[in-house]
Write a protein that binds this ligand. Structure first.
Ligand code: UD1
Ligand code: CA
Length: 468
């Protein structure tokens, strides 16, 4: 584990006994057996983002002095996935003997550290940044040795139960598997997010034992060893959701989706069948957009005002201007100008830009192309690596033959040019402006502006012809 070694500068800074130092550790070493997957659990996605990315992003605002990720099962896969988070220090937990054992792995790397340690479960992706801040603030205000984040759940099944008195002093956490029937009735649960005074925690960690139903070292057992532990209770139970299996994954996804749709409905977007549509958190809509059934937005999408998108569309990382209609189409990494009509059954592929007032119709595929203002490509075409001017009329079945078997080549088509039905433009090729291409032509040579190009055998007529 390359990043396991501590760099010197950081060690020096941990030596000054500044009380407000903060380290964060995210636990992500577990296999996630209940997920039944070849993927490590924390790489499962909700609304297009992995659980672990969400957890990391949720606490990035705290600007900690150290940030650890405890990895074990499929450690390298997780490390690769997170390689662009430079500040993360990966710590290996091998084997994985429970959450307490996971935190014990910090004893070496945090030796000499003085300050607070915030621990987050890698499978609790919905904690709000402000809630985590609240937890840390309360911990510091109260000068507590241990502060945990709790919630009161209608259905606390599966979570560790927190036993606290009215003053908020936490006495004990008991895992559900170790609870008596009576203890299971306690609805106050452990979210898996905690703040600890590191020096105190470091002294207690070696005392954990595995005398429990799973024969693991539970981090939760540490709480009763502190002289004073307190808790912060969150109001929104969704925030503390831990994702252990695919049912929880789906429930969580559905809840976020519902919230996203509601957010946009409040801001002027209509959904004709809300539950059949999905959004990403990075989508932005202007007002009076109508989203028809079975329409999905992924990644970073922007939709202008008065658009009607759907039914049956998939848009990904694309921006759509105002007054655009899209029906039964797939649009990815594309920019669409205002007042355009797309579909049914169009496929706009990456690096495509449509200017304003374009019409892209039935069974048309466009890739890495620029389509000028007012241009129409209405039926059965493939346009790839092309630049089309304004008010071009691309006839039905026109194909840009952009690939010679080895390389891709460009087609340039000037303003007001019209291609006849079933034209093949063999790239590289330039058609000037105001060109007319006769139907059925396969063009291999450039065509100057203002001319007609036809390439086909002469039609032969044999009169008085009969097979008999
Ligand atoms: C844990 C808590 C439980 C709490 C719940 C909240 C313990 C013993 N229980 O239970 O009180 O209500 O979270 O969601 O802590 N992990 C490691 N190394 C290990 C085992 C787990 O890094 O050896 C990581 C996992 O990858 C996961 C996190 O710790 O991200 C929690 O582990 P998990 O097995 O899901 O704990 P729960 O049973 O959900
Ligand atoms: Ca869990």
């Amino acid at each position: 584990m390359g990043k396991r070694t501590i760099n010197k500068k950081r060690l020096d800074s941990t030596n000054d006994l500044n009380k407000s130092m903060l380290a964060i550790a995210i636990l992500a070493a577990g296999k996630g057996t209940r997920m039944k997957s070849t993927q490590p659990k924390v790489l499962q996605k909700i609304c297009g983002k992995t659980l672990i990315e969400r957890v990391i992003n949720n606490c990035s605002h705290l600007k900690p002095d150290r940030k650890f990720l405890i990895v074990g099962h499929e450690a390298q896969k997780i490390q690769r996935h997170l390689s662009f988070y430079n500040e993360l220090e990966f710590v290996l937990q091998e084997p994985q003997n429970g959450t307490g054992h996971a935190v014990q792995q910090l004893l070496g790397v945090l030796k000499g550290f003085s300050g607070d340690l915030l621990i987050l479960n890698g499978d609790s992706p919905l904690l709000k940044p402000e809630t985590i801040k609240k937890l840390l603030n309360k911990h510091r205000e109260k000068n507590a040795e241990a502060t945990l984040l709790t919630a009161s759940l209608v259905d606390p099944k599966g979570y560790g139960r927190v036993f606290a008195n009215k003053e908020g002093t936490v006495k004990q956490i008991i895992e559900e598997l170790d609870c008596s029937q009576e203890q299971k009735k306690n609805k106050l649960i452990n979210s898996g997010a905690y703040c600890f005074n590191w020096n105190k925690l470091a002294k207690l960690l070696p005392e954990l034992n595995n005398k429990n139903s799973q024969a693991e070292l539970y981090l939760t057992d540490i709480v009763e060893m502190f002289s004073y532990a307190t808790h912060v209770q969150v109001e929104d139970p969704l925030e503390v959701a831990g994702i252990n299996d695919r049912i929880q994954l789906a429930t969580c996804e559905a809840l976020i989706q519902e919230r996203l749709r509601e957010k946009w409905m409040r801001q002027g977007v209509s959904f004709t069948d809300p539950s059949s549509c999905t959004l990403s958190e990075d989508c932005i809509f202007d007002i009076d957009v109508i989203v028809e059934p079975q329409t999905h937005f992924r990644g970073d999408c922007r939709v202008g005002k008065n658009c009607r998108i759907g039914p049956g569309c998939l848009l990904e990382n694309s921006s759509i201007g105002d007054n655009v209609k899209v029906i039964h189409s797939v649009i990815k990494d594309t920019k669409v100008g205002n007042n355009s009509l797309i579909g049914p059954f169009a496929h706009l592929r990456p690096e495509t830009t449509l200017a304003n007032n374009c019409q892209i119709g039935n069974f048309v595929e466009i890739k890495k192309s620029y389509v000028g203002e007012g241009t129409k490509i209405n039926h059965l075409s493939y346009i790839g690596d092309a630049k089309l001017g304004m008010q071009v009329n691309v006839g039905a079945g026109t194909i840009t033959a952009n690939f010679d078997g080895k390389n891709k080549h460009e087609s340039l088509i000037g303003d007001y040019t019209k291609t006849g039905a079933n034209s093949v433009l063999v790239a590289p090729i330039t058609l000037g402006s105001n060109v007319t291409v006769g139907a059925g032509s396969t063009l291999t040579k450039d065509v100057p502006s203002g001319s007609l190009a036809i390439e086909r055998t002469k039609q032969l007529i044999k009169s008085e012809w009969s097979l008999d």
